[in-house]
Design a protein around this ligand. Structure first.
Ligand SMILES: Nc1ncnc2c1ncn2[C@@H]1O[C@H](COP(=O)(O)OP(=O)(O)O)[C@@H](O)[C@H]1O
Ligand SMILES: [Mg+2]
Length: 539
C-alpha cells in the first residue's frame, strides 16, 4: 500500500524539508544517491509561492564547477570552485538563498582532505553568524558522514525511494516509446504492469530504468517474465550493501519437524501482514527470537518462514557491521536497516545474535561503539513502521543483553529444545523422504528409542551415514539396522554439554514459550501426512 503522493515528493519528505528550511535550520543533509531527485524536490519547494513571497535563489555547488544556477550557468563571477571559496561566497551573500552542495562530505573529513579542519571551522562560523538569516545549506550525499564538531548543527533527512507512481511513470514511458517499434515486443497487461511496478520497489529511479532497459535490450521484448530480471537487480543491490545477504531458501514448514507451537504462531502472524489486519487495527508483526539448543532447527525455521510467507530473506551479518572502523559502524547499521526497509515486506534474519555481538569489541555493555550501534538496532526494532519481520536466533543467552528480550522489541521468545520422541520421528521421516526413502520401510520407533537426546542435525546425520553404509555394501538397500548402527556411533552434543543445556532449560522455563507442541495442550492442528503418521505410531 503506498500513500498518496504529492508530485515528485513521496512520503512527506518535501513537506519536512520545507519546514526545516522555513524554520531556519542552517544545514540539512539529504542522504541519497539520487541527486537529481533531491534537486527536483528542492526546486519544487523553492518555486512554491505559498511558502515564501519571493522564491529563494538556488546555488548548486560541485567541486568541478563551483556554484552554478539551476540551468547549469555560473551563478557568480566570484571564484567558488574550492570549498573554502564557496563558503566565503556564502558568508558574504546577504539575501535569502539555498546553497546546495553535492558531495561535500569528503572535504569535511580529516585524512581525506588536507584542509578539512579549516573547512569544518568555516562551516561552524557560518552557522554561528547565519542565525536569523534566511540562508540554508543543503548537502546531498549518498552516505551519512558528519564530523563530530558539526553533529549538532546538521539535520539529517533521508530521501525516500520513489513511490509506485514514479516507477509507473517510467514504465509507461518505455511502453509508449516502444509500442510502435517493430523490433521490440511489448506484452504487458494491467496485472503485468502492476507486478513490474511492485518488483521495482527498493530500486532508485536510475536503477529501475537500467533494469528495464536491460530487459528490453537483452530480449527485444518486455513482458511479465522481466519481473525476474528486475528482482535480480534488486538482489544485486542488497549484495552491494555488503552486510545483508539475500538468501534463497528451499525449506518450508513441511521440512521442519516438530516445533508445532512455533509453526502455529508463525502461521497466525503471517495473516497479520495483510491489509485486512491493518484495517482491523493490528500492528505489523515485529519479530521473534528463537533461543535454544544448537542443531534443533532455529536457523532452519528462519529460512522456512521466508519461504512460507513468500518474502525475501535478508541475512544480517552483525559481525560485519562491527568489524569496520569507528564511526563507520553506525553508518553501516543505518544503511543495512534502511535497505531492509526499502525492500520490505521482508524477513530480516539475525543468526546467532550472541556471536555477532561479541564481535562488538568484547561486550555490548561497555558504553562504546558496540553498545551504541546495538542501541540503534533496538530503537529501530521498537519504532519501525515498515513490515520488516525480524527473526533472531541464539544458542546462548548468558551473553545476550537483557534489553533485547524486553517486550515491545520482539513479539515473542521461543525456546527450541531437544526434540521429543514424537518430534524425532517426524524429523527422521523428513530426512528419509528428502533422500527419496519411504519411512514405512523402516522401524522408526526403534530408531527413535535409540536416539534419546539427539538433536535434529544429528538425526539428519544418522540418515546420511546409514545411507553411506548401505551404499558401500553394494546391492543392499538401507534398513533399520543401518540407522540403528549409525545412531550408536554418534555421541550427541546433549551428552557432552549436559550442564549448559540444563541451565538453558531452567532459564527458558521462566522466560520463553516452548516451541514444541506441549503434551496435553492443543498445538498446531496440522493434517500433514508425516504428522498424522507419527501420531499413528503413538510415540
Ligand atoms: N526440527 C527439525 N526438523 C528437520 N530438520 C532439522 C530440525 N532441526 C535440525 N534439523 C536439521 O539440522 C540442520 C541444522 O539445524 P539448524 O536449523 O541449523 O540448527 P540451529 O540453528 O538450531 O543450530 C538443519 O539444516 C536440518 O537439516
Ligand atoms: Mg543456527
Amino acid at each position: 500500500m503506498s500513500k498518496p503522493e504529492t508530485g515528485a515528493i513521496g512520503d512527506g519528505f518535501g513537506r519536512d524539508l520545507a519546514v526545516y528550511i522555513r524554520a531556519g535550520y542552517p544545514i540539512i543533509n539529504i542522504i541519497s544517491s539520487e541527486e537529481d531527485r533531491a534537486l527536483e524536490v528542492i526546486e519544487e519547494i523553492r518555486k512554491d509561492h505559498t511558502l515564501w513571497k519571493q522564491p529563494r535563489t538556488l546555488f548548486i555547488w560541485t567541486i568541478s564547477r563551483g556554484f552554478v544556477d539551476i540551468n547549469g550557468e555560473p551563478a557568480t563571477k566570484d571564484k567558488t570552485i574550492l570549498p573554502e571559496q564557496a563558503l566565503m561566497f556564502m558568508a558574504k551573500y546577504d539575501q535569502a538563498a539555498i546553497f546546495l552542495f553535492k558531495d561535500f562530505h569528503p572535504y569535511l573529513k580529516d585524512g581525506q582532505h588536507k584542509n578539512a579542519s579549516l573547512i569544518v571551522r568555516m562551516v561552524r562560523d557560518l552557522v554561528g553568524s547565519q542565525k536569523n538569516q534566511s540562508k540554508t545549506m543543503i548537502w546531498v550525499s549518498p552516505m551519512l558522514q558528519i564530523p563530530q564538531e558539526l553533529e549538532k548543527e546538521v539535520t539529517v533527512l533521508d530521501l525516500p525511494l520513489p513511490g509506485e507512481n514514479e516507477y509507473r511513470r517510467i514504465l509507461t514511458g518505455y511502453i509508449d516509446q516502444y509500442k510502435d517499434n517493430p523490433r521490440v515486443m511489448i506484452d504487458l497487461d494491467e496485472e503485468g504492469i502492476d507486478g513490474m511496478v511492485k518488483a521495482c520497489q527498493g530500486l532508485t529511479l536510475c536503477e529501475a530504468e537500467n533494469a528495464l532497459a536491460k530487459a528490453i535490450v537483452s530480449r527485444g521484448r518486455l513482458d511479465s517474465q522481466d519481473i525476474k530480471t528486475i528482482l535480480a537487480e534488486k538482489e544485486q543491490i542488497i549484495r552491494k550493501s555488503g552486510i545483508l545477504e539475500y538468501t534463497a531458501t528451499v525449506d518450508n514448514f513441511g521440512t521442519v519437524g516438530g516445533l508445532g507451537n512455533l509453526k502455529l504462531w508463525l502461521k497466525q502472524r503471517n495473516r497479520a501482514f495483510s491489509q485486512k489486519a491493518r484495517d482491523f487495527g493490528l500492528p505489523h508483526p515485529r519479530g521473534v527470537m528463537l533461543v535454544g539448543v544448537p542443531g534443533c532447527g532455529k536457523s532452519l525455521c528462519a529460512k522456512a518462514v521466508a519461504a512460507e510467507w513468500q518474502k525475501p530473506l535478508l541475512k544480517f551479518d552483525l559481525g560485519r557491521v562491527f568489524g569496520s572502523l569507528v564511526g563507520e559502524s553506525e553508518e553501516r547499521m543505518r544503511k543495512a536497516l534502511k535497505t531492509a526497509e526499502e525492500v520490505a515486506p521482508a524477513i530480516l534474519w539475525i543468526d546467532e545474535l550472541e556471536k555477532g555481538l561479541s564481535g562488538a569489541g568484547g561486550s555490548v555493555g561497555d558504553g562504546g561503539v558496540g553498545a551504541r550501534v546495538f542501541g540503534n538496532l533496538l530503537t529501530w526494532m521498537e519504532e519501525k513502521t515498515k513490515p520488516v519481520f525480524v527473526v533472531a536466533t541464539a544458542n546462548d543467552i548468558t551473553s545476550l543483553p537483557p534489553e533485547l528480550l524486553r517486550k515491545g522489541r520482539m513479539d515473542e521468545i521461543f525456546f527450541v529444545d531437544l526434540p521429543t520422541p514424537q518430534e524425532r520421528a517426524e524429523i527422521l521421516m523428513i530426512h528419509l523422504f528428502r533422500r527419496r526413502r519411504d519411512h514405512a520401510q523402516f522401524d522408526i520407533a526403534r530408531v527413535v528409542h535409540a536416539t534419546e537426546g539427539f538433536n535434529g542435525a544429528e538425526l539428519e546425520e544418522i540418515v546420511i551415514s546409514a545411507m553411506y553404509e548401505a551404499f558401500s555394501e553394494t546391492g543392499k538397500e538401507m534398513t533399520t539396522d543401518h540407522l540403528s548402527k549409525a545412531a550408536s556411533e554418534i555421541v550427541p552434543l546433549s551428552q557432552s554439554r549436559h550442564h549448559d543445556i540444563e541451565a538453558l532449560r531452567q532459564w527458558a522455563k521462566a522466560n520463553c514459550r516452548p516451541a514444541a507442541e506441549q503434551p496435553g495442550k492443543t498445538g498446531e492442528k496440522s493434517d500433514s501426512l508425516t504428522e498424522r503418521r507419527t501420531r499413528l505410531l503413538d510415540l
